[in-house]
Design a protein around this ligand. Structure first.
Ligand SMILES: Cc1ncc(COP(=O)(O)O)c(C=O)c1O
Length: 364
């Protein structure tokens, strides 16, 4: 690279790898990205199509996303002024890394604390914004290691703490008492509870905001069948939201996404809930079938994917599945205790049947 241009780049950027979604040829079952499959009901697609047909194409979108926020508020119980809406929760994570980045004391950089393994964008976004990620391994049951995280909070005083629950890639919910202990320990940090998969898990912990003013709840429509819209949001203290919102591009969310998401929330939410119920039923069917196969272990999942320990290496298992047209995420490259781990999204029943056949073939 040209040396003058290279000198302009933040050094951390050189260490990052570009996100390139895998797309080998011949794939029939895409079970690698934690998207939901297409729903049975036409109601969701119909609501989206009607909404998009009504968009005024020559005008900029509503910079305040007022209708969408009202629809999210009505569905979640939040107040509209407590909501920061982004182009996916990825954008919200980036906005937090921009706004909540003031170094503490003498430290040259603000720090961001996360457990690992978890959603990689916490680390990538922190680094890309010049923040320092601190990563603490989850315990043997893939739950929070509270003593070590508490020590890290005391030592590094992170600006941001991310806890995904259910966690990606492990699929489990973090136990509530451990989350509470971390919230008690991190009173000087903004703690983001990322509930991207909570629709598959039961109740949100959003009511905890009444006790913990430093708690933010991160949500998305991506995992429940609307990934194409790129709509995610943070629910947090209204004063904090008003400040972080200043760092947002005014037209970050397209008019088509705003209109389509609002329409689904307003008119087709029953169909979304039914779709979630279908996927949970499939998740339990697939989890039982994989658990019954010799040598496989499945972590109990509260999400729309399974975290599977494979008897052979995850690399060879995922390659064998790929040869059958099934794409899953292997964590072999991370090594250590992840060398035998696959993350498999629950797909259409026919995709899930293909997966089960493929896994059975791996062990027979
Ligand atoms: C835990 C978690 N948070 C956030 C996201 C990002 O979702 P979005 O599509 O809303 O950017 C993902 C996507 O995989 C995720 O797994």
């Amino acid at each position: 690279m040209n040396e003058h241009l290279a000198a302009l780049l933040r050094p951390e950027i050189f260490d990052l790898a570009a996100y390139v979604p895998a797309s080998p040829p011949g794939i029939v079952a895409h079970l690698d990205a934690n998207e939901a499959p297409a729903p049975r009901s036409a109601a969701i697609g119909d609501a989206v199509r009607r909404a998009i047909a009504g968009v005024t194409l020559e005008r900029y979108p509503d910079a305040r996303a007022s209708r969408l926020k009202a629809a999210l508020a009505a569905r979640t119980g939040a107040r509209a002024e407590e909501l920061l809406v982004g182009s996916g929760s990825d954008e919200v994570i980036a906005l937090l890394s921009t706004a909540l980045a003031r170094p503490r004391g003498e430290a040259p950089q603000a720090t961001v604390l996360t457990p690992i393994p978890t959603f990689v964008m916490y680390r990538v976004t922190a680094r890309a914004h010049g923040l320092k990620p601190i990563e603490i391994p989850l315990d043997k049951t893939w739950d929070l290691d509270v003593p070590t995280m508490t020590r890290a909070i005391e030592l590094t005083r992170p600006n941001l703490v991310y806890i995904a629950s259910p966690n990606n890639p492990t699929g489990n919910r973090m136990t509530s008492d451990r989350i509470a202990q971390l919230l008690d320990a991190a009173k000087e940090s903004f703690v983001v509870l990322d509930e991207a998969y909570v629709d598959y898990a039961g109740d949100s912990l959003r009511a905890w905001r009444a006790k913990y003013p430093n708690l933010g709840i991160l949500r998305t429509l991506s995992k429940i069948g609307l990934a194409a819209l790129r709509v995610g949001w943070l629910e947090a203290d209204a004063d904090l939201v008003a400040q972080v919102d200043k760092a947002r591009q005014p037209f970050n969310l397209s008019a088509t996404s705003q209109a389509a998401a609002a329409a689904v929330l307003e008119e087709a939410w029953d169909a979304v809930r039914e779709h979630v119920t279908d996927i949970v039923r499939e998740r339990e069917r697939v989890a039982s079938a994989v658990t019954a196969m010799a040598g496989f272990e499945v972590t109990p999942s509260a999400a729309n994917f399974l975290w599977i320990k494979t008897p052979r290496s995850a690399e060879s298992t995922s390659a064998a599945l790929r040869d059958r047209g099934i794409l899953v995420r292997s964590f072999h490259a991370t090594g250590g205790r992840l060398a035998h781990q696959l993350r498999v999204t629950i797909g259409r029943p026919s995709d899930n049947d293909l997966l089960l056949e493929g896994l059975r073939a791996c062990v027979s």
